[in-house]
Design a protein around this ligand. Sequence first.
Ligand SMILES: Cc1cc2nc3c(=O)[nH]c(=O)nc-3n(C[C@H](O)[C@H](O)[C@H](O)COP(=O)(O)OP(=O)(O)OC[C@H]3O[C@@H](n4cnc5c(N)ncnc54)[C@H](O)[C@@H]3O)c2cc1C
Length: 448
Amino acid sequence: MIRILVSGQVCASLFVKSPIFLRCITVRQQHVGYDIAVVGGGIVGLATARELVLRHPNLTFIVLEKEKELALHQSGHNSGVIHSGIYYTPGSLKARLCVRGASLAYAYCDSRAIPYRRCGKLIVALDREEVPRLKALYERGQKNNVKQISLIDARSIREREPYCRGIMALDSPYTGIVDWRLVALSYGKDFQQAGGAIITGFEATHIAMAAESPAGSSEGLKYPVAVRSSTGEEVRCRFVLTCGGLYSDRLAEISGCRAEPRIIPFRGDYLVLKPEKSYLIRGNIYPVPDPRFPFLGVHFTPRMDGSVWLGPNAVLAFKREGYRICDFNSNDFVDALSFRGLHRLVMKNVTYGLGEMYRGMFISAQVKILQKYIPELGHNDVVRGPSGVRAQALDADGNLVDDFAFDGGVDELGRRVLHVRNAPSPAATSSLAIAEMIADELEARFTL
Ligand SMILES: Cc1cc2nc3c(=O)[nH]c(=O)nc-3n(C[C@H](O)[C@H](O)[C@H](O)COP(=O)(O)OP(=O)(O)OC[C@H]3O[C@@H](n4cnc5c(N)ncnc54)[C@H](O)[C@@H]3O)c2cc1C
């Protein structure tokens, strides 16, 4: 059931017909009052909105999403892996939230009958040089309390993945795959069923204290924050949470917060294995990561529909949320190129960056790397597949912001706003754990 709240009162109830497809109502009235407005209907915004409404059934919540449908961007364009938490620095939010998030995600999928497959993952060392890094990764995984990991030898690799070559591997049978968009939509459905409202097609362009608030109108005092859209609609609320993914920095800026960390979009293109070659891959196969580029390194990922994706690479995208090589937005392009942090990142990694671009353009170059793991893979066994765009947060010194990052403000508005500025991979896996953490933070900050 969807409830539309206008000025804090229930004025309409509608039934959702399909269990998965969310019917999102566009509310055109002005001065709609809510306790909390969540800007961004990706997996992080929806998981948090769900957590909040379940914890606080007496408060009113709304999710504002700029697209016509929910979870169309990072949450709908990713590898679909349920990560187990091996890679991340022990004690970091990433490590804690991923380990907890994975077990919450499995339990959630069980409770909602969302299909997933615990097909496991091998992180494969190809030569002796990679073995110390693989062992360090194993120790890291142990420190992070990742379930069921072990180091296996070449023979055991062949037993697990008959077509894979390597001299040692980290075996993580707990790793799985799922369609994260399906999970995000299910969070949205829970949220609506618990009384939350969702407006799609609402692009938040202004977040400000409402002009009449100081004058003391009752509406102004109760809901002093105004979130306005590009089409002039207005939603009034007491507090705002933004979970804007590729636009998280812009959403922070419009409420007077710092411009940094800046989001730089990196497009990742996948190749898809031809169906008749899917037998080559059983579970996820990953390289030993280069610590300098933790999000790089092409991998083999089986999908829930039976296909197998290879990749992605990572190249600078000329448009945030631009999924094709030709997608271009002058504002995004100038914004990225004029940022000192990007200049520094490029200077430090010219060779690597050019290599990624080259591999993006020429399938054969990408396949050459993949053949190191699966020698039977031929150039004709793959076709170009979909792409995703990663919201990479970057500081002014060109350092990748690796962990989750949150930001508020100091003035009257700042005390009423919390921005999720960086929700990097594996934020889909971690989404329910992130939601718990943000809900705790909002309760403390906003004395809910
Ligand atoms: C290529 C790739 C592969 C990945 N693989 C995995 C994986 O296998 N496993 C995993 O756990 N994680 C993975 N991730 C990471 C994961 O997908 C993201 O971390 C996660 O989806 C982030 O969710 P989000 O809600 O923060 O962002 P998004 O899903 O991008 O959602 C942000 C939402 O905010 C909306 N929005 C933005 N601006 C406004 C505005 N002004 N007004 C209203 N709405 C607005 C957008 O339209 C969007 O719907 C991957 C990411 C990428 C890019």
